[in-house]
Design a protein around this ligand. Structure first.
Ligand SMILES: Nc1ncnc2c1ncn2[C@@H]1O[C@H](COP(=O)(O)OP(=O)(O)OP(=O)(O)O)[C@@H](O)[C@H]1O
Ligand SMILES: [Mg+2]
Length: 328
């Protein structure tokens, strides 16, 4: 179990700042998602933790030991961590077992020990029986699992994942989400998972860090980030929802201000006899419901998940069961 601490970390590339004043703690055994739009600094933050980048400012610590600051830098191979990147970076000329065993080379393990550890790591990702298979003859999801097994084989207590599911289809992604959750449970490792996909972050992590423009926007549980976003950026980025004027008078949690915006999630909108007048602008069938965009009297749009199909232009009345007053 290893706690990772970043203290006032900043990173610039020449004149451009990638990260500013990042203070974060990843407690031992935690599963944290770094979430944010393209270019917000997720990969840079992961590379700082891994030791591929040196901070321009601040300190990176593992369990109280300084890994890097402005002057010192412990190289990646001495940080005892496992990394899975978006491109799996497997050795194409080696079979599955050789790929997984690769990090054990030159560490003084006997052959039996290497075989035991390799078998154990392959079992964790449900690839027992694939040892002699060439990695070229594997599906994308299987390759991803080989990469994960290779990262688990050394018994590392820090696992860094950079968009590991980006190349997979919907079904494989769902299966891999389970593999990651199981791996976390079994190993108790400290996991940092980079994604720009908020549903992955909500599904997997115990803590989500939302980044934008190289700065931390909010840190919290998935429920907190989804239910009580700290600002308009987080409200707009995480989950579906509509930001509408507080003046509609929807009952909202949080610090009420008549000038601000309130966030309304699609599931909290119902059509009723007595609600506010609105008209149907467009709809999209999602399988589970009709995602219906409504226009309110002042021109604000409100997205609702409705159980039945409404007509475009139809006049309806809406009630909102839950809303969050977004801090300015
Ligand atoms: N080696 C580098 N030299 C110069 N600028 C860099 C370098 N690496 C990253 N940057 C810049 O730092 C910023 C953050 O990049 P980073 O790769 O961390 O973003 P990201 O959040 O991982 O984005 P994506 O979701 O697209 O992968 C970007 O503006 C990027 O152009
Ligand atoms: Mg990236």
């Amino acid at each position: 179990m290893t706690t990772i601490t970043l203290d006032a970390v900043g990173k610039s590339f020449g004149d451009s700042r990638a990260l500013t004043d990042i203070s974060l703690q990843f407690p031992a055994g935690s599963f944290t998602a770094l979430l944010g739009p393209s270019g917000c600094g997720k990969t840079t933050l992961l590379r700082l933790i891994a030791g591929f980048e040196q901070p321009t400012m601040g300190v990176v610590r593992f369990e109280g030991d300084v890994m890097a600051d402005g002057t010192r830098m412990v190289p990646p191979e001495e940080r005892n961590l496992g990394i899975v990147f978006q491109s799996y970076a497997l050795w194409p000329h080696m079979d599955v077992a050789a790929n997984v065993a690769y990090p054990l080379k030159g560490r003084g393990f006997g052959r039996a020990e290497i075989e035991r550890r390799t078998a154990e790591a392959l079992a964790m990702v449900s690839l027992t029986g694939y040892e002699r298979r060439s990695v070229d003859a594997l599906s994308g999801g299987q390759r991803q699992r080989v990469a994960l097994a290779r990262c688990l084989v050394t018994g590392t207590m820090i696992i860094l994942l950079d968009e590991p599911l980006a190349n997979l289809d919907v079904h494989l992604r769902a299966a891999m989400l389970d593999v990651f959750a199981d791996t976390h449970k079994r190993t108790g490792a400290t996991i940092v998972f980079v994604t720009h996909d908020q549903s992955e972050a909500l599904a997997l992590a115990d803590t989500i860090v939302v980044l934008d423009g190289g700065r931390v926007q909010q840190i919290g549980t998935p429920e907190k980030i989804y239910g009580e976003p700290a600002n308009a950026m987080v409200a707009g980025f995480v989950g579906r929802g509509s930001l509408v004027a507080a003046s509609h008078g929807f009952a909202a949690r949080g610090s009420a201000s008549s000038r601000g915006k309130v966030l309304v999630r699609p599931h909290a909108v119902r059509l009723t006899e007595t609600g506010l007048p609105a008209s149907v602008l467009r709809l999209r069938y999602t399988g589970a419901s009709y995602e219906t965009t409504l226009v309110l009297a002042n021109g604000d749009t409100l997205v609702a998940d409705l159980p039945t199909r409404r007509g475009i232009g139809e006049e309806v009345r809406v009630t909102v069961d839950d809303a969050w007053s977004v801090p300015a």
